[in-house]
Each structure stands twice: as C-alpha cells, then as structure tokens.
Design a binder for this molecule. Structure first.
Ligand code: ZN
Length: 73
C-alpha cells in the first residue's frame, strides 16, 4: 500500500512539472516578436508589375518601381 501511495505522489509531481514546463514554453512562444520580414508590405512596380518589398522599391512621387531602369526619366 505504501508503494502505491509513493507512486501516486510521484505521478502527481511529474504531472505538475510537465504542466509547469508547458506553461513556460507556451508563454515564451506568445512573447516571441513577429518576423518583420514576413510582415514587410509588398508593392508592385508601376511599369512591369513585379512585386517587391516596399523598402527595396524606388519611389518616384506616388509610384513605386522595382529597379532604376523602370523609373521614368
Ligand atoms: Zn519593374
């Protein structure tokens, strides 16, 4: 009988530890910052229509271009 009680206590402790670890790792995932590269807005070239990240585009007035060659001179 004593063995059974010890086994139950051990199982309870293990369950609590696992639950505690899951709580730690779960909260870590939630606080991870979002990848800014995937959230980078995409714009299309005014000349050829190719989609490129906004920070890599050539901006002329309100238009965006994929490369210098497509910027009207
Ligand atoms: Zn282009």
């Amino acid at each position: 009988m004593g063995y059974l009680i010890r086994f139950l206590i051990l199982a309870l402790v293990l369950w609590l530890v696992i639950r505690y670890l899951k709580k730690i790792f779960g909260s870590e995932e939630k606080t991870k910052p979002l990848n800014t590269k995937t959230t980078q807005p995409m714009i299309s070239c005014a000349k050829c229509g190719v989609y490129i990240p906004k920070d890599q585009a050539f901006v002329v007035g309100e238009n965006y271009y994929c490369c210098k060659d497509h910027v009207p001179s």
